[in-house]
Design a binder for this molecule. Structure first.
Ligand code: SAH
Ligand code: SF4
Ligand code: F3S
Length: 489
């Protein structure tokens, strides 16, 4: 075939692909698990020609991945859906799907409450998503699939085949939760705990690391009980194996339940090269009475002891936590115990929430509910106290040189474009202790693409939720290969 003929054929094929491709707009609410599930949805739909778009007006399919952990998160779903009604009127072909935890919880009620919705799919239906979307499109019927039984392990496969991975990625190692904390909806909307095999997980980490993922965060509602039910290896053994993956430089995990934090896992912080010096260890309350009512199965003393051991083995470890205020029956004394624990532990950061009644969760039926105004006041009081520790911890970094894994340009500066306010490229990354660090690329650094590179940064300023510094040297060996010896030690 002549060259022009071949070019014509390729062009025709390309324009057919473009014509057949449809656009997917994904809106994600909730935890990292949901973020990872959304990536999985996009990957599954990519296989049937859906390209992801940031422009909602271009979408042929809009999916909302929802969270039900507090009433506010649920309200956010319905207000977003309300805003889609106009788009649906303009384009009746548009398919709107609701997935995730609210979908699992509410099922067909969503169809009644939100007439613009075509598809409701639960937390274990992601593997069936392409088929469900195709069926809605073909039949024009509204569908609900919230089946949790026999979900099979295929839902867990994360067979992404993207050429380039983001620097930092989530890897789901298990789904569901068996802990039944009395305030929590997760066991009802995510089902029973199920772990993926180590082989599957390691294969995913290896292939994504080869495609550019430098940091992996292993995800589960309670990673410490990884593999116990299935008789797989322990979580610390899994970490040790992930630590060996070539091309991966950093490992993190979340979430860890204090009751199951083993000696072996504490020891891993002293042994594993790549394990970052940060643990998110949600305590929820400083009062033993409330911890018991929450069904957390540890005391504040036991929690304190675990923190002591962690700090003993890894003195610079950053410890963050979750706290709920205004749980039913929480007296002023109970709340004081919480404030006391915060003073004692000095967390690096705290996610604090006002207690919220959730459907199915037993605490919704507990007596002695705390009035909303009081819950709100306690939340403000706790946040104000924690703010002092968060700032003080950040101030301690001033003058230190810390390795930062660069994730990309700062949010304010799209693709490094220079503006009057920001004339130099602004880079953002994190320390091993999970502190966000910003720095400007000054002379000698301006033209470098630092994405995915480890840079030693001297910290000059500590803000309440981030640090700012000056780049000193690149320590990544990949970069040395590119002939950039000048800044390398
Ligand atoms: N599996 C994780 C938590 C997932 S939910 C763990 O056990 O740590 C994230 C956080 O939301 C919880 O740690 C808790 O602090 C908060 N949360 C959960 N249910 C809540 C409720 N009903 N009201 C207020 N906060 C809640
Ligand atoms: Fe919810 Fe408790 Fe399970 Fe965490 S461990 S997801 S708080 S039930
Ligand atoms: Fe996550 Fe919210 Fe579901 S916290 S597990 S998305 S209820």
């Amino acid at each position: 075939m002549s060259l022009p003929g071949l070019i014509y054929l390729i062009q025709t094929a390309m324009s057919n692909i473009q014509m057949e491709s449809k656009h997917l707009y994904l809106y994600t609410i909730g935890c990292q698990m949901n973020v990872n599930d959304s990536e999985l949805m996009a990957a599954k739909l990519r296989d049937c020609d859906y390209i992801q778009t940031d422009d909602i007006r271009q979408a042929d399919l809009i999916l909302v991945n929802t969270c039900s952990v507090r009433a506010k998160a649920e309200q956010k779903v319905f207000s977003f859906l309300g805003r889609l009604a106009g788009l649906k009127r303009k384009n009746p072909e548009l398919i709107i799907g609701v997935g995730g935890c609210v979908a699992q919880q509410e099922g067909e009620h969503i169809l009644k409450r939100a007439p613009m919705v075509d598809l409701v799919f639960g937390t274990r239906a992601i593997g069936r998503l392409p088929r469900l979307v195709e069926e809605v499109q073909r039949t024009g019927c509204r569908l609900v699939d919230i089946d949790m039984a026999g979900n099979g392990r295929m839902d867990l496969d994360f067979s992404k085949d993207v050429a380039k991975e983001a620097v930092s990625g989530f890897v789901t190692i298990m789904r569901g939760c068996d802990n039944f904390c009395t305030y929590c909806v997760v066991p009802y909307v995510r089902g029973r705990e199920t772990s993926r095999t180590p082989e599957e997980i390691l294969a995913e980490i290896r292939s994504r690391a080869a495609a550019g993922m430098r940091e992996a965060t292993l995800l589960g509602q309670n990673v410490n009980s990884y593999g116990k039910k299935e008789g797989l290896c322990t979580f610390s053994e899994l970490l040790a194996r992930a630590d060996q993956v070539e091309d991966l430089w950093r490992l993190r995990f979340t979430t860890s339940h204090p009751k199951d934090l083993s000696e072996a896992l504490i020891g891993a912080f002293g042994e594993l090269q790549k394990l970052c010096h940060h643990i998110h260890l949600p305590v929820q309350s400083g009062s033993n009475r409330i911890l018991q009512k929450m069904n957390r199965d540890y005391t504040r003393e036991e929690y304190r002891e675990k923190v002591r051991k962690l700090r003993n083995i890894c003195p610079d470890i950053a410890i963050t936590s979750d706290m709920i205020v205004g749980f039913p029956g929480e007296s002023r004394e109970d709340f004081e115990d919480t404030l006391d624990l915060v003073r004692e532990i000095e967390f690096d950061g705290l996610f604090a929430f006002a207690y919220s009644d959730r459907p199915n969760a037993p605490a919704a039926r507990f007596k002695d509910k705390i009035p909303e105004e009081e819950r709100h006041q306690r939340l403000l009081e706790l946040l104000a106290l924690q703010e002092k520790y968060t700032s003080a911890k950040n101030q301690k970094y001033i003058g230190k040189i810390v390795p930062v894994l660069v994730e990309g340009f700062g949010k304010k500066q799209e693709k490094g474009a220079k503006t009057e306010e920001l004339p130099l490229p602004q880079w953002t990354g994190r320390t091993s202790t999970n502190k966000i660090v910003h720095f400007s690329a000054e002379d000698g650094w301006r033209e470098k693409d630092l994405t995915g590179v480890l840079v030693d940064v001297r910290i000059e300023t500590g803000y309440s939720h981030s640090l700012r510094g000056r780049p000193i040297r690149i320590t990544t060996s990949d970069f040395i290969k590119e002939g950039d010896e000048t800044h390398v030690t």
